[in-house]
Design a binder for this molecule. Structure first.
Ligand SMILES: Cc1cc2nc3c(=O)[nH]c(=O)nc-3n(C[C@H](O)[C@H](O)[C@H](O)COP(=O)(O)OP(=O)(O)OC[C@H]3O[C@@H](n4cnc5c(N)ncnc54)[C@H](O)[C@@H]3O)c2cc1C
Length: 384
């Protein structure tokens, strides 16, 4: 589909093209297998590291190309056109890099960002617990100061890149009686004694990514691994999610675009009643509505990313809008793509049922769309 220009620079257009070409060449041939076997694509992630994809998460002083949310969105979109699962296996390392960039001191940035830019370190972000999903104030993982260390005890749930990442941004309670004001953020390395991961989750979609529980049994975290100040953990988490929600929007956008492209191709080939099904107005209107929604989602995701990159301060509402709109579009568009394929759309042999399964998570993670609507509504209440 010919997309509009959106004022992208030549460099940004090249970046998008490069991500799509990479996905077509290295991911497409194995995506069905990764999905079937629910396998983390270690070799593809390694190749992405060699080709400099992780430099996009890191400022130039630490060996990267500078974090631009729009650039990361372009890459996420174009990888997700082929496979949203592999895309998030890549993107989640960005979710671990953002809090370091925002709150890390010089020493922390020097230790963790250069190997991340080179693709040697993967990262993860660990907020959710079995009893604390939407409600972060109920976090029960504790961090107790003892001399020059913090002792972490507790568990995290559904952590993407769990077991694959070398370090984890962990939100834990330093003052459990103070709710979200008693939370702090820590950089926890996989090799710290007492750090343990559970089995990989068996999921509906994005099966080329891995989610695991993480357990902390008296994990000793040196005080220099406190990220920001004590009590800033909730702020670290929210400011990180504000920057990464449009990136989930871009993942959703790519998934919708991928399903749409398959639907158009199929509608031109499939004949019923002696004509290609694309000649039926019912199919044409479905395709037209899909195209409208995708273009609207793209316009919103790109402009919110640009808004964030401009250094704007109040970005929570816009970020929540981009994620909500694009993920709702992805769910509708992928469902319609299955409809265009008829019975074949329901079969594993064809790619559209996977797009529909992959789309669903974008309405759930990094805050469900109900929580996004709360964020938007609260901002509206303040504004009027
Ligand atoms: C595949 C996958 C990957 C993930 N990756 C990560 C990760 O890397 N790191 C991480 O920290 N977490 C991760 N998560 C966790 C994810 O962010 C949470 O699942 C999500 O925030 C929702 O929390 P919950 O599942 O506990 O649902 P709940 O909070 O129990 O919500 C259940 C339902 O109630 C609704 N609800 C809850 N509270 C309200 C309210 N106040 N108003 C209206 N509706 C409400 C929700 O919208 C939802 O529909 C991942 C989850 C999945 C499934």
């Amino acid at each position: 589909m010919q997309s509009m220009d959106y004022g992208l620079t030549e460099e940004q257009k090249n970046l998008a093209r490069m991500a799509r070409e990479f996905a077509e060449r290295y991911i497409k041939p194995v995506r069905a297998e990764l999905d079937r076997e629910s396998r983390y694509p270690r070799e593809i992630i390694q190749k992405m590291g060699e080709q400099g994809f992780f430099e996009l998460f890191v400022p130039p002083e630490y060996g990267g190309q500078g974090l631009s949310v729009l650039n990361v969105c372009l890459v996420m979109e174009h990888l997700s056109i082929v496979d949203g699962g592999t895309a998030i296996s890549y993107g989640v390392t960005g979710l671990g890099a953002i809090p370091l960039i925002l709150f890390g001191n010089e020493d922390q940035k020097r230790r963790y960002l250069p190997p991340l830019a080179r693709g040697e370190y993967q990262a993860a972000f660990a907020l959710t617990e079995p009893w604390a999903g939407s409600d972060a104030s109920n976090i029960k993982t504790t961090a107790v100061k003892k001399g020059d260390r913090y002792i972490l005890n507790g568990q995290k749930k559904f952590i993407t890149n769990g077991g694959e990442a070398q370090f984890y941004i962990v939100i834990a309670a330093t003052q459990p009686d103070r709710g979200v004001r008693g939370l702090s953020a820590f950089i926890v390395e996989k090799d710290f004694p007492g750090f343990r991961v559970g089995r990989a989750e068996d999921k509906m979609g994005i099966r080329a990514s891995v989610q695991r529980e993480i357990f902390f049994d008296d994990v000793e975290v040196p005080e220099e691994n406190l990220l920001g100040r004590e009590g800033q953990g909730f702020k670290v988490a929210m400011m990180t999610l504000d920057r990464s929600r449009p990136i989930v929007g871009a993942q959703a956008l790519g998934i919708a675009q991928g399903a749409f492209e398959e639907a158009v191709k199929y509608a031109k080939q499939r004949e019923q009643f002696g004509s290609p099904i694309i000649s039926f107005q019912a199919i044409q209107f479905m395709l037209a509505d899909m195209a409208i929604q995708i273009e609207a989602a793209r316009a919103l995701v790109y402009s919110v990313a640009q808004f964030i990159d401009s250094g704007a301060k109040n970005i929570s509402k816009a970020a929540a809008m981009a994620k909500t709109f694009a993920s709702d579009v992805a769910m509708r568009v992928t469902t319609d793509a299955v409809q265009v394929f008829g019975g074949y759309g329901y079969m594993r042999e064809f790619p559209v049922e996977k797009y529909m399964r992959d789309a669903k998570i974008t309405q759930i993670y990094e805050g469900t769309n109900q929580i996004q609507r709360l964020v938007i509504a609260r901002a509206l209440m303040r504004e009027f």
